[in-house]
Design a protein around this ligand. Structure first.
Ligand code: PLP
Length: 443
C-alpha cells in the first residue's frame, strides 16, 4: 500500500471521458444528485490504498476516504478476498426469514466490539442490520420509542444523521429539511452542540436547555455524534458526553451515539465515545464498517433491544437486503483488519502531525478561522465571507490531483478524512499542497 503522493495527471481535470460521462449522466440522472460543473466531477475507474484513478487515467490522492468509508484504504486485499470468496457461494439470502450464516457471525462480532468490550464482558449487544447509515439511525429512533414509550428526541444543531424521513427529522441543515418540513414527524428538539474551548458556561447552557426540554416534554432519547462529522469536524468539550450520559440516566432517556462517521478508528480509537468513559445505550454504525459494500447497523444493549417484540413470522423492522451475505462478509473481514492492524496505524499521532503542519502553515492566514481535528478527521474552517470557499478550494485541489470535500452546515469547512493507512509523510505533503496551492488562490 505504498504512498506515492505526487499526483500523476495525464489530462486536464476533468478529462474528456469524465466530461462525456457527465453529459450522459445529466440526461438520465435526476440532476439534484450529482454536482456537475466544468471543473467537477471526475468519474472513477479504480482505487487502491490511498489512491483513486479516473476514467482518463489520472491518479488522485484521496483525502476523503470516499465519505469516510475507505478507512482501511480502497480495495483492502483481505476485504476484497472475503467478498470474492463469499460471492462464489452466496450473494443474497433471506435476511429476516432464512438468513445467511454471515449475518449471525456479524451480529455476534458487533456485540463483541461494542458492548462486550465496553463492559468488560459483563454486557452484550443486539443488532438490527440495515443498508444505509440513515436506516441505522431510524432503527435507533424506533428503539427509543419502543423502550421508553416517549416520542420526543433531542438532537443537536449542526447534526447530520442522513436524509430518510426519520433521520432527516434529526438532521439540522435547513436546506435538506425545508422542502419536506410539512411531511416530517416533528418529534425532535434541537439544542446547541458545544465546542471545545467554549468554556464551562456553554456546556452549562446546553445542560440547562436539555433539562428544560426533558422536564416539559416527552423526551425518550438524546441522539448525538461524539464528534460532529458533516457538521464541520466539530470537537465538543471533554465533559459533553458524560453530561449527556448523566442526563439520560436521570431522565429515563436513551443515549444514542451516531458513530457512522466517527466509528472504526477514525478518531484514533475503535469508537468516538471511547475518548470518554461513556457507554451509550445504542450505537449506529455504517460507512467504514464494511469499507466497501452498503451495510449499517443499529446495535443496542441487549436489555434495551429487548423492547422489540420477538418475531412471530413477521418482522417489525426489516428490509429486503438486510444481512446481505456479501456485505456481511466484507464487514467481518474489515473488523478483523481493524482488530489486528488498527492500533499500529498510529492514527492519533498521524492526526497530530497533520494538524501541526496545517496550523504551522495556515494558522495565521486571514481566511482561516480555525483548524481542528481528532485522529484523522480534520477540518479547516474559513472565516465568514472569505473570498473563496472550500468548494472552490476542492475544485482546485482536484485539478492538482487531490480529492477533498467541503464540510460544515454552510460548506465553510474543508474536511480532511484520509484513509487511516495513509502515512505521515504523505499527510504532511498533502497539508503542504493545501497550503501552498489551495490557499494561494483562496485569499
Ligand atoms: C454521523 C452520520 N450519520 C448518518 C449518516 C447517514 O449515512 P448514509 O449517508 O449512509 O445514509 C452520515 C453520513 O454522512 C453521518 O455522517
Amino acid at each position: 500500500m505504498g504512498d506515492v503522493s505526487r499526483p500523476k495527471l495525464c489530462t486536464a481535470i476533468p478529462g474528456m471521458e469524465s466530461r462525456r460521462l457527465a453529459r450522459e449522466l445529466k440526461k438520465h440522472e435526476v440532476p439534484t444528485v450529482t454536482w456537475v460543473t466544468k471543473k467537477w466531477p471526475v468519474f472513477w475507474r479504480r482505487a487502491k490504498g490511498v489512491h483513486v484513478w479516473d476514467v482518463d487515467g489520472n491518479r488522485f490522492l484521496d483525502l476523503t476516504s470516499a465519505f469516510g468509508v475507505a478507512s482501511l484504504g480502497h480495495s483492502h486485499p483481505k476485504v476484497t478476498a472475503a467478498i470474492r470468496k463469499q460471492s462464489r457461494d452466496l450473494c443474497h439470502a433471506m435476511g429476516d426469514v432464512h438468513p445467511a450464516e454471515a449475518k449471525a457471525r456479524l451480529c455476534a462480532r458487533l456485540s463483541e466490539v461494542t458492548f462486550e468490550r465496553w463492559t468488560g464482558g459483563r454486557g452484550e449487544g443486539q443488532a438490527i442490520l440495515c443498508n444505509a447509515g440513515f436506516e441505522a439511525v431510524e432503527a435507533a429512533l424506533k428503539t427509543a420509542k419502543l423502550f421508553t414509550r416517549k416520542r420526543g428526541v433531542i438532537a443537536f444543531e449542526g447534526a447530520y444523521h442522513g436524509l430518510g424521513y426519520g433521520a432527516l427529522e434529526a438532521t439540522w441543515r435547513t436546506d435538506f429539511r425545508q422542502p419536506f418540513l410539512d411531511q416530517l414527524g416533528h418529534f425532535v428538539e434541537f439544542v446547541p452542540y458545544p465546542r471545545e474551548g467554549a468554556g464551562e458556561e456553554a456546556l452549562a447552557a446546553v445542560e440547562k436547555r436539555i433539562r428544560e426540554l426533558a422536564g416539559n416534554r416527552e423526551i425518550g432519547a438524546i441522539l448525538v455524534e461524539p464528534f460532529q462529522g458533516r457538521g464541520g469536524e466539530v470537537i465538543p468539550p471533554a465533559g459533553f458526553l458524560p453530561m449527556l450520559r448523566r442526563l439520560c440516566d436521570r431522565g429515563r432517556m436513551l443515549l444514542i451515539a451516531d458513530e457512522i462517521y466517527t466509528g472504526f478508528w477514525r478518531t484514533g480509537k475503535w469508537f468516538g465515545v471511547e475518548h470518554t468513559k461513556v457507554v451509550p445505550d445504542v450505537v449506529c454504525l455504517g460507512k467504514a464498517l464494511s469499507g466497501t459494500l452498503p451495510i449499517s447497523a443499529c446495535v443496542g444493549k441487549s436489555e434495551v433491544m429487548g423492547a422489540w417484540p420477538e418475531s412471530a413470522g413477521e418482522s417489525l423492522h426489516t428490509s429486503t437486503f438486510l444481512g446481505n451475505p456479501l456485505a456481511c462478509a466484507a464487514a467481518l473481514a474489515s473488523l478483523d483488519v481493524f482488530e489486528s492492524e488498527a492500533a499500529g496505524w498510529n492514527v492519533m499521532q498521524k492526526g497530530g502531525v497533520l494538524l501541526d503542519e496545517l496550523r504551522r502553515r495556515l494558522g495565521a492566514h486571514p481566511a482561516v478561522k480555525d483548524i481542528r481535528g481528532i485522529g484523522l478527521m480534520a477540518g479547516i474552517e474559513f472565516v465568514a465571507g472569505a473570498k473563496r470557499m472550500p468548494s472552490v478550494l476542492c475544485e482546485r485541489l482536484l485539478a492538482r490531483g487531490i480529492l477533498a470535500l467541503p464540510s460544515g452546515s454552510r460548506g465553510e469547512v474543508l474536511g480532511i478524512m484520509p484513509p487511516l493507512v495513509m502515512n505521515g509523510e504523505t499527510l504532511q505533503w498533502a497539508a503542504g499542497e493545501i497550503a501552498d496551492f489551495g490557499f494561494r488562490i483562496s485569499e
